[in-house]
Ligand binder design. Structure first.
Ligand code: ADP
Ligand code: MG
Length: 632
């Protein structure tokens, strides 16, 4: 055996670097966190070659005293913890006093720093952890760290680096996550000599999102805040119409740090359930404040994956907050997002001694308060805002006469008469108002159906614009909502002549395994041997001729696996709703269209079909006038 010797600090640091410093992106993350911890409000990151050959982080924070500069590069040197009682915070927030030592061990590092009280600053140069130079220098207050040639002395690690573009993307992600979690700080990114990102640092989350992801995304977001017990959730989420194909824009922060955790995405998915098209993902930027002990400390502090000790409560907090924001948004017809930006207080690391949040508030109330404010604003500007919440409505009502109000509304099939739209749209808004005031049913929106396009889209005019409503999607959603609302079994109708449905063997078996769920959905199904099932009873809204289609569709889904319990039930209701809804492509009479349009527009929760497709599209009068250059 060779003699046992103690590792030199350099080697120890290089080993530590293996944990902390994986790539330029992780260096950027550590240096940005240091800058934030130093109280900076302006942080600039510059990179060349994806940050591999050059990475600079400049801040206007407190700077480091000349006599502390060398210490900062020692392993386990930190100004952030003094005693073991702070250990929770160390583990949760990654203060381990290791970053600078680790980075310096595997790169060429320059640091220039000055505190407010020092007449001049100092510059230190290290290469592979060895000090090369230490001099006084003139510089502004704050700290600049330049990291050159990362892994120049560790070729093995160098090999693991990806293309510059990929490494650059990681650096950019580190900056973006910091910028979104701290809208009160201004972040700037310079890539190969070009400024690519600059956030204003005005404290508004919307401004930060605008700067990073652009106007369209920022302006569509819905602000939300809520809590469950001592867990608070704050940030913004996308309306169901704004989605992405991946989870890339689902950003969660815990106490201000970017994290990934299954429970958070699960809560988000659950809140958006039935609002998104298959395969589409919501966008969110949410900060979850919890007391540090709730975050699993066994997880590597520089890794983003975390676990919570009270997962169910965290789930509830996120789910409630997101759902109530979505529901409140339904009431504003999914239009203009609340214009009040979410204001952030600096997300200073909550110490374990202090409670993280105010006493628990009801999440629903909190976000509704916010929404009431914005809703009132929107209502005063837009006629299509319905201040009345959707009333539960029996489906049978759909076909009931609503009264005389719209009987006199001219119904013209636009398909037959291309002039219909222009003629009718000349109607004075005043007329509509008058009609409304005579009406006893005050909450019925003053819409006037002008006809339908391609036997599919209802054209409905209201004072400030025109709605195009997908009649099938709208009807489908209304039926689905109605069915979902029923707590018990769905009503069924016994068939005089039971229907036989022939299925493949696995399909049949999958149905038999789910017979109780079928019964809950209103289907009475019997196994009559062979490959056939006998259907004796079907849900009330389903037509007999649609039975084989619904059953074989469900059987196919069940046989291909995945669905269970509640999901099967919901899929059945979706399938029934789809079949029971009036069909696109089959023209409907004017009265039917008028009723459907009124119903749909009066129900703010009918904006997507159960499969997530939009139900109604609004084109404002202003928009039309702009297009026709009547106004600029
Ligand atoms: P930690 O952040 O865990 O304390 P680091 O190795 O990242 O460990 O930094 C060591 C110390 O150097 C910090 O505790 C802090 O006192 C000082 N420091 C590092 N970066 C900066 C900076 N940008 N501005 C001011 N002080 C800094
Ligand atoms: Mg640090």
């Amino acid at each position: 055996m060779a003699k046992i010797v103690r590792l030199t600090p350099q080697i120890a640091n290089m080993i530590a670097a293996g944990e902390v410093v994986e790539r330029p992106g992780s260096v950027a993350k550590e240096l940005i966190e240091n800058a934030i911890d130093a109280g900076a409000d302006r942080i600039t990151v510059e990179m060349k070659n994806g940050g591999v050959s050059y990475l600079r982080v400049t801040d206007n924070g407190c700077g480091i005293e000349p006599e502390d500069v060398r210490t900062a590069f020692l392993r386990h040197a930190t100004s952030k913890i003094r005693s073991a009682t702070d250990l929770d915070a160390i583990m949760t927030l990654g203060f381990r006093g290791e970053a600078l030592a680790a980075v310096a061990a595997v790169a060429r590092v320059d640091m220039i720093t000055r505190t407010r009280f020092a007449a001049s600053g100092v510059q230190i140069t290290l290469e592979g952890g060895n000090e090369i130079d230490f001099t006084d220098t003139g510089c502004p207050v704050g700290t600049t760290i330049v990291v050159r040639d990362l892994f120049f002395n560790v070729p093995a690690r160098m090999k693991f680096l990806k293309k510059d573009a990929t490494e650059g993307a990681y650096v950019e992600a580190a900056l973006v996550h910091a910028a979104i979690s701290r809208p009160d700080l201004s972040f700037c990114l310079i890539k190969d000599g070009r400024e690519v990102l600059n956030t204003p640092g005005d404290g508004s989350l919307t401004s930060a999102i605008y700067a990073v992801y652009g106007r369209d995304l920022a302006e569509g977001m819905i602000s939300t805040v809520g809590s469950f017990h001592d867990i608070t959730v704050e940030g913004c989420i996308s309306p169901p119409s704004v989605t992405r194909a991946s989870r890339n824009l689902q950003c969660f922060f815990v106490n201000g740090r970017f994290v990934r955790a299954k429970v958070l995405t699960a809560a988000l998915d659950e809140a958006y359930r039935n609002r998104l098209m298959h395969g589409r993902m919501a966008v969110c930027f949410l900060n979850i404040r919890v007391s540090p002990e709730m975050v699993d400390v066994n997880v590597h502090p520089t890794k983003m994956e975390i676990k919570f000790s009270r997962e169910k409560d965290v789930f509830r907090a996120v789910y409630n907050t997101v759902l109530s924001a979505l529901e409140a948004d339904d009431h504003i017809s999914g239009k203009t997002p609340p214009e009040q930006p979410v204001r952030y207080e600096p997300m200073a690391a909550p110490s374990s001694a202090q409670p993280v949040s105010e006493p628990a508030r009801t999440p629903v109330q909190t976000s509704q308060e916010m929404y009431l404010q914005s809703a009132v604003k929107v209502a005063s500007e837009r006629i299509h805002y319905r201040s009345e919440p959707a009333k539960p409505m029996a489906l049978g009502d759909l076909l009931k006469d609503l009264g005389s109000l719209y009987e006199k509304a001219p119904i013209v099939d636009a398909q037959d008469d291309p002039l219909a739209v222009s003629v009718s749209s000349a109607a004075e808004p005043a007329d509509i108002k008058e009609e409304k005031s005579q009406n006893t049913l005050q909450n019925i929106p003053p819409v006037r159906v002008l006809g339908e396009l391609f036997s599919t889209y209802i054209i409905a005019q209201e004072q400030n614009g025109v709605w195009l409503i997908d009649k099938h999607a709208a009807h489908e959603r209304m039926i689905f909502n109605e069915l979902v609302k029923r707590k018990d079994k769905q009503d069924g109708q016994l068939l005089l002549y039971p229907v036989t449905v022939v299925l493949s063997r696995p399909e049949k078996q999958a149905c038999i395994d789910n017979l109780p769920t079928f019964a809950d959905a209103g289907f009475l199904v019997e196994d009559i041997g062979g490959q056939s099932l006998l259907v004796r009873q079907i849900p009330l809204y389903l037509a007999e001729e649609d039975v084989p289609a619904v059953l074989s569709e469900m059987a196919g889904k069940l046989a291909s696996g995945g669905e269970s319990g509640n999901m099967v039930y919901e899929e059945l209701l979706k399938s029934v709703s789809c079949k029971a809804a009036i069909k696109a492509g089959r023209s409907s009479d004017g009265f039917e269209l008028q009723q459907l349009a009124e119903k749909v527009l009066a129900m703010p929760d009918v904006r997507q079909c159960p499969h997530g497709r939009p139900v109604a599209v609004f084109v404002s009068r202003r928009e039309l006038e702009k297009r026709f250059k009547r106004i600029v």
